[in-house]
Design a protein around this ligand. Structure first.
Ligand code: ZN
Length: 114
C-alpha cells in the first residue's frame, strides 16, 4: 500500500541533524543493513547548508536536503516501511499519512526535541 507523505524536512542545523540521525541509527542498529548505515554516515559527512533557524539550537544555518537524501538511501536499500515511516515521523514536519493516520499518534509519540 502506497502512503503519501509531505516532504518538508525539519529545519535543523548540521550538528543537531547529525546528532539526531546518529542516535536514531544506533537505535535501529540491528534492523538496518551495513550498506545503509554506511551510506547514511557518508551523507552526514557532507551536509549542505542554507540559511534558516535550527529548531533545536537556533543556529542560523540549517541543513539543505539531507533528510530527503537519507530517505532516498532508505528507499534504495529497501529498508522496511516501518523504519522509513519512523524516519519520516522524526525528521519531517507537516507529514500527511493517508491511511493509518492515528496508529502512532496517541501512544509512543517521539519528538525530536532534546
Ligand atoms: Zn542546531
Amino acid at each position: 500500500m502506497e502512503k503519501k507523505f509531505s516532504t518538508n524536512a525539519l529545519e535543523i542545523c548540521s550538528r543537531c541533524l547529525s546528532y539526531e540521525v546518529n542516535g536514531w541509527v544506533s537505535d535501529k542498529w540491528k534492523e538496518m543493513d551495513e550498506e545503509t548505515k554506511k551510506q547514511i554516515a557518508e551523507e552526514l559527512k557532507s551536509i549542505k547548508l542554507k540559511s534558516g533557524e535550527c529548531i533545536v539550537c537556533k543556529n542560523n544555518l540549517i541543513s539543505d536536503g539531507t533528510p530527503e537524501r537519507i530517505l532516498r538511501i532508505l528507499e534504495e536499500n529497501k529498508t522496511p516501511n516501518r523504519i522509513k515511516k519512523e524516519f519520516i515521523e522524526l525528521f519531517f514536519v507537516n507529514r500527511e499519512i493517508e491511511s493509518e493516520k492515528n496508529e502512532k499518534e496517541e501512544s509512543n509519540r517521539e519528538d525530536i526535541s532534546v
